[in-house]
Design a protein around this ligand. Sequence first.
Ligand code: C5P
Length: 236
Amino acid sequence: MQDRPFSPPRIVVALDFPDPQPALRFVQQLDPQRCRIKVGKELFTRAGTSVVERLTGSGFDLFLDLKFHDIPNTVAGACAAAADLGVWMINVHALGGRRMMEAARSAIDRCSHRPLLTAVTILTSMNENALHEIGLQGTPQQNVRRLAALARESGMDGVVCSPHEAAELRRQHGAGFCLVTPGVRPCWAGKGDQERIMTPAEACRSGADYLVVGRPVTAAPDPLKALAAIEEELPG
Ligand code: C5P
């Protein structure tokens, strides 16, 4: 793991809270040396850029998970705006296609602060039936393989994928391609709406660089204990 260009901490806690106050209170318990944090559509839509600025201001590396998916010009502008917030990572949907991802890359490359730019392949909540319903043939794995290759060709720093696809993507794309995996569930946590899940230890062994963990920590009776239990099972 040490030869990777991506650095610890590897756990990214998803702050899927409905309001900024509980999110900010929750984060006060956390340590930026031990985890990164993620703000997604729910919290961002409620609280906007101010919550992002407060969280980055308290020393955390922040993944702004807004999964942009629109025409190239719009996504480029959105990516530049996100980069200007000083965040650590942003993302787009690989399903937006090559031109959209290339526009995002160019926009970030013109910014003075350049966050990691990743592409969501297939949502970890989608199984094969769900893909067929939207007209995508083949297994999640086949779709992820194709979209990850396209994302890399289009200049993405890495992809968001399920831990189930991490080992294959690591072999195909090498150590320099960042793999971010949600769908992480310790054996003691509920699956919720996720489908393609693995434990934190399995996800790391499969080659994931960063593990996105939400409800197993945020909904735990003792979130710090839950975080410590996850850290403990990660390979050193
Ligand atoms: O609570 P849980 O651990 O399932 O949270 C997973 C987080 O990762 C959520 O914030 C979700 O939006 C995000 N995510 C995901 N699947 C993706 C990309 C992001 O679950 N493909």
